[in-house]
Design a protein around this ligand. Structure first.
Ligand code: GLA
Length: 682
């Protein structure tokens, strides 16, 4: 079997966009409809400007009605029809939802939850990634599909499974987990030391005694939990890579991907990113929440970063409402348009939806679709067509890169380990802190790349570490090198606390960063509900008039750093809360608490100014709700807010969406979007 690296074709997606421009389409599930509908589908897709659809994601029961008995005739017809209408296909392996017969014949393919309950067929995702029988069955159908369609002219991309995010605690998973642990630790003594199993008498005599972290009487060993998460991500990835390699082995040369789910806790996407030919993601922002536009911008920055800056695919989003939230708000036409343009702004070269035709039956009968139940004579279908038209105008943007000079550290094992129960406060959420820090940059129109700890940081002038719980030597070395090279480094609380096995690093904290930060601490404590006032030092000339700390604070001591603010009262009264340390070429700030927005913004402004980082427009702070980002030649301006705003342009521009010439200050009404290029770049 080909090695994963041999099986990758990272440049293949650009061949598609070179032919098609920005891809536009969605999941297409023709197996749910009689064939009379297919012709109408193809005609309406052409009317909407659809050029790429994902076919077959949930069609296993239709493709293999009984074990080994394949029926491809309907799919032949669908692919030929789509091709005849000039619509490219992202062909899916249908392995996210095995037919009921698989679970009946092989109950061990069904997942078991932490309580030991085996889950039934009748929904979807009813497989355990550990199951040998499931994996072989999935490989068989993936191989059959690839052998038949590898050279079909409609097929431009392959899509393995769907939204990998299953977890299984059953017996086969236990066996696989033990093999994974043997591989990681070699001997049981090494594992016992790494897991600290002398605590609570957990010492194992043999790997065979270990089980997944099933329901237990009390708290689970955090090291066991961390490794089970690593194992689960790996086991899911193996399901992906096996099918990917089978598709390649059958002769397919198209890019192969799967659809990620943003900051999904079950998959370590830094591990996965190297295995897909193009990054693809599903995005369902909750526009009922006030921060949805910056939160989704963060996810989009993650997707771009996972692909090392290459264009990515927005594989799914909703045209209007979802149906899986307790209360589902529709999207306005402007909102649907902004969501699509935002993805392109932040690096996507494909904008797709779940799904083409709204389902009449099944669990998702109320989920919006590009073509609703009511048909083409609807506002929703008009919205679909309008988005298609916008994307055609953006053809010159395809392939463009977002250049970021700010790096933001994020890591799955740190996230997992930091949020295990039994910590100073469950109110500190790593992702919420990352969102908050990122939002401050989003408001300034400053592009950010996400980076994995340990990555070379030399491309970046500013490095942000909102909360990275696990800091190992490689990460500390890269941070030090960045600061010594002249970068600004800002580190947030509860960072550098633990080693790679979730064991606390002893000595004054953060053990591997304290010299760099010029500050060290001895305890992490939960703060009272009422914000704790901070005393801002006069020497902090840019400092805010007042500042507070909430959630978590640290008892720090300055060991060479300047103290910019101290706790004014409470358990930590007098202790430093915000510090700044000049190192060889750069500066390192440390926040020993979750500090109020003004204080955080000021520290970030200081750090950005020191490094000479500026935003995409001439405005230091964008109007509320306005997003600005430069992608290649194009400056995207999107007003997600409720009020109009003005943005100062860096020079005369032409709007690709409206064809208007603009200069000086532009006025953006709520919902407005502009994609501006320099006139000479047309
Ligand atoms: C996910 C799935 C789709 C569909 C949508 C609905 O993204 O991949 O099959 O269920 O959610 O929002």
């Amino acid at each position: 079997m080909a090695t994963p690296r041999d099986a990758r074709r990272v440049d293949a997606f650009s061949e598609i966009t070179r032919d098609l421009g920005i891809c536009f389409g969605g999941d297409y599930n023709p197996e749910q409809w009689p064939r009379e509908v297919w012709q109408e589908d193809a005609e309406l897709m052409v009317r909407a400007g659809v050029n790429l659809v994902t076919v077959g994601v949930f069609s296993w029961a239709r493709l293999e009605p009984s074990p080994g008995d394949y029926d491809f005739a309907w799919l032949d017809e669908v692919l030929d029809l789509l091709h005849a209408h000039g619509i490219a296909v992202d062909l899916a392996t249908p392995t996210a939802s095995p037919p009921p017969w698989l679970g009946i014949l092989h109950p061990e393919t069904l997942p078991v939850n932490a309580d030991g309950v085996r889950l039934a067929a009748g929904s979807r995702n009813q497989f355990t990634p550990a199951s040998r029988v499931y994996r072989e069955s999935a490989l068989a159908i993936a191989t059959a599909l690839a052998e038949r369609y590898a050279v079909h002219p409609a097929v431009r991309m392959w899509h393995v499974g769907n939204e990998f995010g299953q977890v299984d605690f059953g017996d086969e998973a236990a066996r696989e987990f033990r093999l994974w642990l043997r591989e990681r630790y070699g001997t049981i003594d090494v594992l016992n030391d790494a897991w600290g199993t002398l605590v609570w008498s957990q010492r194992y005599r043999d790997f065979d005694e270990i089980v997944p972290p099933r329901r237990m009487p009390y708290l689970v060993n955090p090291a066991q939990s961390l490794d089970f998460r690593r194992y689960t991500s790996w086991a899911l990835e193996r399901v992906f890579t096996e099918q990917r390699d089978a598709i390649r082995a059958a002769g397919a040369t198209q890019p192969i991907t799967t659809n990620f789910m943003g900051f999904e806790p079950l998959t370590d996407l830094w591990e996965w990113a190297g295995e897909v030919d193009v990054i693809a993601d599903d995005q369902y922002p909750d526009h009922g929440a006030g921060t949805s536009s910056s939160d989704i911008a963060l996810v989009q920055d993650l997707m771009r970063s996972l692909g090392e800056g290459r264009p990515w695919v927005l594989m799914e989003q909703a045209v209007s409402a979802t149906s899986w939230r307790p209360h589902n708000l529709p999207k306005s036409r402007e909102r649907a348009r902004l969501d699509s343009l935002q993805a392109v702004a932040r690096g996507a070269d494909a904008v797709c939806f779940f799904q083409w035709r709204q389902a009449r039956t099944g669990a998702e009968r109320f989920h919006s679709a590009m073509l609703p139940h009511a048909g083409a004579d609807t506002e929703v279908f008009e919205t679909t067509c309008a988005i298609g038209a916008d994307l055609r105008r953006l053809r010159p943007v395809a392939g463009g890169r977002v250049e970021a000079s700010v790096a933001l550290l994020f890591d799955w094992p740190s996230w997992w380990a930091a949020e295990e129960p039994g910590r100073p406060t469950e109110r500190l959420e790593a992702l919420a802190q990352v969102q908050r820090w990122h939002r401050a940059l989003w408001r300034r129109g400053i592009a950010v790349d996400l980076v994995r700890p340990g990555t070379d940081l030399s491309p970046y002038a500013t490095v942000l570490v909102p909360q990275t719980y696990i800091v190992e030597t490689d990460a500390a070395t890269a941070l030090r090198a960045a600061a010594e090279r002249g970068a600004s480094l800002v580190v947030g609380p509860f960072s550098g606390v633990a080693d790679g096995n979730a064991g606390i690093l002893t000595g004054r904290a953060p053990a591997l960063l304290r010299d760099l930060l010029g500050v060290s601490g001895e305890e992490w404590v939960g703060l009272p509900d009422a914000p704790t006032p901070l005393r801002v030092d006069e020497a902090w000339t840019t400092g805010p008039a007042e500042a507070q700390a909430v959630i978590l604070g640290e008892r720090l001591r300055a060991d060479g750093a300047d103290v910019l603010a101290r706790f004014d009262s409470g358990h930590l009264a007098g202790a430093p809360a915000i510090t700044r340390h000049h190192v060889a070429g750069g500066t390192a700030w440390y926040l020993g608490a979750v500090v109020s927005d003004d204080a955080l913004s000021t520290v970030l402004d200081d750090a950005l100014d020191a490094a000479g980082v500026v935003g995409a427009t001439s405005d230091r702070l964008l109007p509320d709700g306005v997003e600005a980002i430069q992608r290649g030649e194009a400056l995207f301006l999107l007003n997600h807010g409720e009020t109009a705003g003005r943005v100062t342009l860096p020079g005369p521009r032409r709007d690709l969406l409206s064809d208007a010439d603009v200069d000086g200050q532009v006025h953006l009404a709520p919902g407005a979007a502009m994609v501006l290029i320099e006139r000479h770049a047309e």
